[in-house]
Design a protein around this ligand. Structure first.
Ligand SMILES: [Zn+2]
Length: 134
């Protein structure tokens, strides 16, 4: 019974992340589950999130302080520090370079991802029109 409930909670979390326009924090997920009439204890939500991350279904982003669904095995998360947009990029060359560097150190990675803070194309265009902004 508990296992089935945990699976149902994970499915609900995945559905909420799929509907969200951007990353959601763990406590935001707790609130959305409660608001949706399907409350769950924060400890259970965070446990389910950890399992989803371990399974490679969800990515935890440190810069955005939230979780989002992984879309394939894309290792680069580009975080616009102006508008908060999160873009994903395949980055096969980065993956190969990181795996090679880790391999030279005798280290095996089980998941490669990087968060890159910067400026998205839309914000860069707006900033270019306005001129230099500190
Ligand atoms: Zn932006």
């Amino acid at each position: 019974m508990a296992r089935r409930r945990a699976g149902a909670l994970a499915e609900r979390i995945v559905a909420l992340l799929a509907q969200a326009p951007g990353p959601l924090g763990g406590l935001e997920l707790v609130e959305r589950l409660r608001d949706g009439g399907d409350p769950a204890a924060p400890s259970l939500v965070f446990r389910a999130l950890r399992q989803l991350v371990d399974a490679g279904k969800v990515q935890k982003l440190l810069l955005a302080r939230g979780y989002l669904l992984r879309d394939g095995d894309q290792p680069l998360y580009l975080h616009c520090r102006h508008c908060g947009a999160i873009l994903v990029a395949p980055g096969e060359a980065v993956r190969a370079a990181v795996e090679a560097a880790a391999g030279r150190a005798g280290f095996r990675t089980h998941r490669i991802f990087a968060e890159l803070p910067g400026c998205c194309a839309d914000c860069a265009r707006k900033r270019d029109r306005r001129g230099p902004v500190p």
